[in-house]
Design a protein. Sequence first.
Length: 364
Amino acid sequence: MAKTPFVPPALPPKIDYTSLIKEIGQAHNALGELSGLLVNIPNPDLLTTPLLTKEAVLSSRIEGTQATIEEVFEYEAEEKISEAGEKEKDIREIINYRRAMHTAIEELKKRPMGETLIKKIHYVLLNSVRGANKDRGNLRRMQVYIGSPGTPIEESSYIPPPITKFPSLLSNWEKYINSNKEKDPLIQIGVAHYQFEAIHPFMDGNGRIGRLIIPLFLYQRKLLSHPLLYISEFFEENRQDYYGLLNSVSEKGDWENWLRFFLYALKTQSLRAQKTVLKIIVLYNDSKNAISNVNSVYAINLLDIVFTSPVVSFVHIKKRLKTKSYQTIYNLLAKFVKVGILEEVSGRKRNRIFVFKQLLDILK
């Protein structure tokens, strides 16, 4: 039997809140604890890059990329510009995801979540990578379907709405995500995430943008003081359930099981993020103590650099440390190696690479 495009019903759906009360409460508690922890950190920027990079790696991995967080930081430390190999393309996709998040945070200062914002972050996400020819920054203008490469449409796993239908669906989604009509905002973003994926508004990148929207919504609604919740880790670990439950909403209208899974993901990742943040804070304080005898006004600056970029090179540091003295940088690197913060891993005499292994171990 020929498959036809699926047109999801307009939002809001009818949700049975009574069956989800416990899960809603647990997710709110965990998110509240994480937000309280983040708001009291003196320098949250130290956490932003490492945690966003982790989220970018995991969200992109769901789409098939293979690069690790260490490879991303090493690529940036070496300031490579080649994008020829598959690994480099994977890394560029991950870096673009992180840039898309930064773009979205700035955009939210000007406008609410909606079509304009998602088109801007789509434009950033697909910059100079696989999918750059997929009409970046524009809503799709043709019918698409989801399936393995080479699969005919008859054997596809999902056919999104036709282009005649999805503009009104997207408008409805935009009104819903910015409304206060849903009883609970966590249910609201769970519903909005499903609907975004069902509408599939772009030729490519829908999964990553749909996942990126989750911490952005929580941040916009002030449920998180910083959008640092790497929910893709849970989705990646439970990929089969993630896609299966999204499909169950489309096929059976089974909101309850999808939302239960989603709320559990929020709770689990909030608790994990708390542990990660606390470990990073302890490591930062221990590292500050370790460099207390390093006689340099630049020592704390270098420490902040390696916390935001745990793989560094001389060139990388030279651009970010406010000193023109090469010898100062060489001396600092030697002292950081001596106290056990950095480890030289390249074995080269020139263009050496230094790794902050303790931080990378926390992020893995």
